[in-house]
Design a protein around this ligand. Structure first.
Ligand code: 5MM
Length: 336
């Protein structure tokens, strides 16, 4: 491993005013997105969807990294350029989702993330295709009793092992522990679970001797469950999220890039912006790594039709620009 290589990738991905686009929906998830616009889940439709997003003019002004799905690494744009090459030519760092999805852990219906077997070998292949960073997502459902300590320990330990292997192969790992928004839990319960999960994740990273200065954290925000009554307002979400991160995340970590996790596009932008308004002195760079919150309006505008390409790219660019402004605390609702 060359730590110069890792340092350079971090420099290219931690840029004020910019964030990361998550375009790494696996085939099943891409199918759900395409079904929402009545489009078929074929390889060509998935390519067209990636083409629409990744060829948007000027996206490099707000996006410094894109997480891709394995299939997309070898697909080409309408003009015949491999997507990772296209991104690199715009100064955007291509990355790759390396986990292999969820499998059952216990009788509580909890699932852990698999994908460690053969990871090192796969990374060498991804490197040849131009990827420079990776992503691994673990998922935690919330109830009065969940997540179980067993799941929290297992996921934390595997996230740390994944990060270690990525460093050995010269990749910056994005560590993504997602506390799900699904359910009717309060923001207090979200805080409790997120704090516990992050504590375990950083303890595991430490025990694996992972160099935090070459890692990026992709957490969920501390937020009320989607079905909760009296959901916490924007200011409370921002305040509680910062409080939780300040308690759990070492200052040596360079960047925290949130997932949107089922928030609306507008909420995701407002929450990120508010964090910067409330606290201009956070020890890490704080930005986005949104999937749905960057792409959902574009997907609707596109509706699977070539003639809507321009309108769809405009919709994507609007979200990219507003989230870029949010990383500087310069977004306001009137811009919507
Ligand atoms: C939580 O999902 C990640 C961020 O996207 P959102 O901002 O939409 O929440 C996302 O990177 C996710 O991990 C990928 O889309 C891959 O998901 P699947 O379910 O296909 O593994």
């Amino acid at each position: 491993m060359s730590s110069e290589e890792l340092k350079k990738t971090i420099q290219d991905m931690v840029v004020p005013g910019k964030g990361i686009l998550a375009a790494d929906e696996s085939t099943g998830t891409a199918g759900k997105r395409l079904a929402s616009i009545n489009a078929e889940n074929t390889e060509e439709m998935r390519r067209q969807y990636r083409n629409l997003i990744l060829t948007a003019n000027g996206m490099e002004e707000h996006v410094c990294g894109v997480i891709l799905f394995e299939e997309t690494l070898s697909q080409k744009s309408d003009s015949g350029v491999l997507f990772p090459e296209l991104l690199s030519s715009k100064g955007i760092v291509p990355g790759i989702k390396v986990d292999k999805g969820l499998v059952d852990l216990n009788d509580n219906g909890e699932k852990f993330t698999q994908g460690l077997d053969g990871l090192g070998e796969r990374l060498e292949g991804y490197k040849k295709l131009g990827a420079r960073f990776t992503k691994w997502r673990s998922v935690f459902s919330v109830s009065d009793t969940l997540p179980s300590p067993e799941l929290v320990k297992r996921n934390a330990s595997d996230l740390a092992k994944y990060a270690k292997i990525c460093h050995e192969h010269g990749f910056v790992p994005i560590v993504e522990p997602e506390v799900l928004i699904d359910g009717s839990h309060s923001i207090e319960r979200s805080y409790e679970v997120t704090e516990n999960v992050l504590q375990e994740v950083f303890a595991a990273l430490e025990s694996e001797n992972v160099a935090l200065e070459h890692c990026i954290l992709k957490p969920s925000m501390v937020i009320s469950g989607k079905e909760a009554s009296n959901r916490a307002d924007v200011e409370t979400v921002a305040k509680e999220t910062i409080r939780c991160l300040r308690t759990t995340v070492p200052a040596t970590l360079p960047s925290i890039n949130f997932l949107s996790g089922g928030q609306t596009s507008e909420e995701s932008t407002a929450h990120l912006n508010k964090m910067h308004v409330l606290d201009s002195n956070m020890p890490w760079y704080v930005s986005f790594s949104y999937g749905r919150a960057l792409q959902e309006h574009a997907l609707k505008a596109w509706a699977g039709k070539q003639e809507n390409l321009e309108a769809a790219q405009e919709a994507f660019m609007k979200r990219a620009k507003l989230n870029g402004l949010a990383t500087l605390g310069k977004y306001s609702e009137e811009m919507e």
